[in-house]
Design a protein around this ligand. Structure first.
Ligand code: FES
Length: 127
């Protein structure tokens, strides 16, 4: 799968929201740094976090085991199934929030906002 990614901190800086229809189009026009916006390929056996690291990106993590939410991302477009065993409450999973250390996209293309640990609903879960 090919993942297009955007740093959640960019949303905060620009006053954008996860729900914005044209979020990734706005990002493409905003002349962002390559660490904040770009794309990479995810090998089928890798988690999203591993794929980001293989491509040279330092995305947040701590436990690497689905227990802390430091690695949370929001799936804006695409399919990224969530394993059953993790710390995220169902209301966040329903909003498309996933843990990048234990999940990966399965659709050919996905749009992912990383650094979701700065989202208030996620940061209150941080361990
Ligand atoms: Fe802790 Fe992913 S790094 S849940």
């Amino acid at each position: 799968p090919m993942v297009e990614f955007l740093n959640f901190e960019v949303l905060e800086d620009h006053g954008w929201a996860l729900e914005d229809e044209d979020l990734f189009a706005k990002a493409a026009d905003a002349n962002l740094q390559s660490t904040d916006f770009g794309r990479f390929y995810v090998d089928p056996n890798d988690t999203l976090l591993e794929a980001a690291e293989k491509n040279g990106f330092a995305w947040p993590f701590a436990c690497r085991g689905g227990a802390c939410t430091n690695c949370a991302v929001a799936v804006v477009e695409g399919e990224m199934p969530s394993p059953a065993s993790h710390i995220l409450p169902p209301d966040l999973t329903e909003k498309g929030i996933r843990l990048s250390c234990i999940a990966a996209p399965v659709s050919d293309d996905a749009k992912i906002v990383y650094n979701l640990k700065h989202l208030p609903e996620v940061s209150e879960l941080l361990l």
